[in-house]
Design a protein around this ligand. Structure first.
Ligand code: DX5
Ligand code: ZN
Length: 221
């Protein structure tokens, strides 16, 4: 299994001090930055776009930026985030007219790809594109907001996704997003996740180093 990665979601950061917040969370031991893009169409909320990603790169952020597109359609924004310095670009299969083409756009630009599965979205969308995936992201809440509760059925879905990845023999990360906290991250890891998004659990704490170290201990336990 891949080395575990912790990806704080900047949705819960203080947007008025975003550069500083990202610097602080990376200095505290985070592995990458999870960047939630919402369009008030595919999901009922509106957040940040490619200009903010580019601004973080100009600010000096060199860590991977994991762009989670909750937008429909996806292709125009994929191109804009390629140009803005994204590292991973993940999108929801329901939001793309041509899933294979959207994945190829990301791959051909040399970035890492991922498909995102809402709680009720079946995993079979991955079946014919396994060779074009670097990551599978399972939503453990309905997308749109930080601070929601983890949906317990995600644990079985994680085990199923882990089986599919292992059966494929491919090196595909399994990420989980939504309601990940220090008290459930151990069982989420045991169910097969190797990449952990956490927004409110990290940014609502004063000591980012301590919560990230605590999460790592619980993943390893
Ligand atoms: C929700 C976003 C998440 C969100 C997670 O639609 O995709 O990345 O920020 O926030 P928490 O960890 O607070 O549930
Ligand atoms: Zn997200």
């Amino acid at each position: 299994m891949n080395e575990p990665l912790i990806a704080p979601s900047i949705l819960s950061a203080d947007f008025a001090r975003l550069g500083e917040e990202v610097d602080n969370v990376l200095a505290a031991g985070a592995d990458m930055v999870h960047f939630d893009v919402m369009d008030n169409h595919y999901v009922p909320n509106l957040t940040i776009g490619p200009m903010v990603c580019e601004a973080l790169r100009k600010h000096g952020v060199t860590a991977p930026i994991d762009v989670h597109l909750m937008v429909k359609p996806v292709d125009d924004l994929i191109q804009m985030f390629i140009d803005a310095g994204a590292s991973y670009i993940t999108f929801h299969p329901e939001a793309s007219e041509h899933i294979d083409r959207s994945l190829q756009m990301v791959r051909e630009a040399g970035l890492k790809t991922g498909l995102v599965f809402n709680p009720a979205t079946p995993l079979h969308y991955m079946d014919y594109v396994m060779d074009k995936l670097d990551m599978i992201l399972l939503m453990s809440v309905n997308p749109g907001f930080g601070g929601q509760s983890f949906i317990p059925g995600t644990l079985d879905k994680l085990r199923e996704a882990r089986r599919k990845i292992d059966a494929s023999g491919r090196n595909i990360r399994l990420e989980v997003d939504g309601g990940v906290k220090e008290d459930n991250i151990g069982e989420i890891a045991a169910a097969g996740a190797d990449t952990f998004v956490a927004g409110s659990a990290i940014f609502k704490k004063d000591d980012y180093s301590r919560i990230i170290a605590d999460m790592r201990d619980r993943i390893a336990a």
